[in-house]
Design a protein around this ligand. Sequence first.
Ligand SMILES: *[C@@H]1O[C@H](CO)[C@@H](O)[C@H](O)[C@H]1NC(C)=O
Ligand SMILES: *[C@@H]1O[C@H](CO)[C@@H](O)[C@H](O)[C@H]1NC(C)=O
Ligand SMILES: *[C@@H]1O[C@H](CO)[C@@H](O)[C@H](O)[C@H]1NC(C)=O
Ligand SMILES: *[C@@H]1O[C@H](CO)[C@@H](O)[C@H](O)[C@H]1NC(C)=O
Ligand SMILES: *[C@@H]1O[C@H](CO)[C@@H](O)[C@H](O)[C@H]1NC(C)=O
Ligand SMILES: *[C@@H]1O[C@H](CO)[C@@H](O)[C@H](O)[C@H]1NC(C)=O
Ligand SMILES: *[C@@H]1O[C@H](CO)[C@@H](O)[C@H](O)[C@H]1NC(C)=O
Ligand SMILES: *[C@@H]1O[C@H](CO)[C@@H](O)[C@H](O)[C@H]1NC(C)=O
Length: 291
Amino acid sequence: MEQNMIFTLLSMLCLHINIVASLKSSTNKYALLAFKSQITSDPNNILAKNWSQGTPICNWVGITCGSRHQRVRKLNLADMGVGGTIANEIGELSFLRSLIISNNNFLGFIPDEIGNLSQLREIEMQDNELNGPIPTSFGFLENLHKINLSHNRLYGEVPNRIFNLSFFMAIDLKNNSLSGSLPTNICNNLPNMERLRISCNRISGNIPPSLGTCRELQLLSLAYNNFSGSIPMEIRNLSKLQSLYLEGNNLIGLFKVVFIYINLPKHNVFQKIVKLKNIVNHSHHRYFIHS
Ligand SMILES: *[C@@H]1O[C@H](CO)[C@@H](O)[C@H](O)[C@H]1NC(C)=O
Ligand SMILES: *[C@@H]1O[C@H](CO)[C@@H](O)[C@H](O)[C@H]1NC(C)=O
Ligand SMILES: *[C@@H]1O[C@H](CO)[C@@H](O)[C@H](O)[C@H]1NC(C)=O
Ligand SMILES: *[C@@H]1O[C@H](CO)[C@@H](O)[C@H](O)[C@H]1NC(C)=O
Ligand SMILES: *[C@@H]1O[C@H](CO)[C@@H](O)[C@H](O)[C@H]1NC(C)=O
Ligand SMILES: *[C@@H]1O[C@H](CO)[C@@H](O)[C@H](O)[C@H]1NC(C)=O
Ligand SMILES: *[C@@H]1O[C@H](CO)[C@@H](O)[C@H](O)[C@H]1NC(C)=O
Ligand SMILES: *[C@@H]1O[C@H](CO)[C@@H](O)[C@H](O)[C@H]1NC(C)=O
């Protein structure tokens, strides 16, 4: 039994080395075939049938190439029911702008090599079973606009550097097991940030007052973590805020003051009040409804 398994593993390894050797010439095709080789579950045979060596990669399902040169710009495998680990070779798709593998059964670690894809603008890996840390190499992806890693099993600290990527508009890390605290200067370089969702993790420490300088924020959700201390007054500077979720933490005091100062656009008052009410511990009636 065990010998059989070792033999199988060795054959797989040799096969892998062969693939590596014969395809180095065409980097994008090689990277995609390496990616395919780590897909262990494809119940509808989508990649098995469609990603065939006989057809140009730009005709493969989920692949969009640039118009001038035949390099992969977008990889979109959302909702295809595929599963497996993500091959490190994905980091060789140097022209990739969009990496979308959401709502599948991907597991294992997110490869550090993704941090080599300097043109990447969006990463959507939500609704998988990925674990391990968010690669610190993500902090070098200077063109990132959006990252969604929600509903996975990621742990470790959120790399501080990702909060220094000035094009960011949306960061969603909801429902993982991330720990550590948020950097005090979190919003020093996030002038475009509209949606920041970190709820349902294990983040502790204070809510950084500098969040008040993310002036475009419409959604801020820090709910169900282990934040302590008070809600910073600076949040009242967020005049575009529509949804604020802070419940399920160890926060104290000052709810009234924060609430009064939040500028409520008339048409949205009801929605905001409903959502803001959730911040506070109702048994203390510390919230204040301002209309
Ligand atoms: C692969 O899928 C694409 C897009 O759905 C389709 O145009 C193409 O004909 C398919 N190729 C093969 C070999 O099935
Ligand atoms: C790609 O990323 C890996 C891991 O982060 C790194 O070791 C490697 O040097 C990078 N390669 C290139 C060509 O940048
Ligand atoms: C949280 O993420 C895990 C892993 O993807 C998933 O199984 C679970 O249903 C999610 N929980 C909620 C409440 O969304
Ligand atoms: C943040 O980014 C700016 C440039 O956008 C750079 O000058 C600065 O060193 C970066 N800070 C950190 C902590 O990475
Ligand atoms: C991230 O994905 C989840 C689940 O699909 C979705 O509900 C959420 O709106 C997305 N977040 C952002 C910022 O787009
Ligand atoms: C939450 O934070 C407090 C300190 O503020 C710490 O003592 C406690 O262990 C933390 N709890 C969890 C579950 O991380
Ligand atoms: C932001 O809020 C703080 C504290 O509430 C306040 O002192 C400061 O003047 C505000 N800044 C701006 C630019 O409105
Ligand atoms: C609200 O405060 C009361 C009294 O301190 C406490 O017993 C209760 O557990 C709190 N509820 C929540 C949801 O934090």
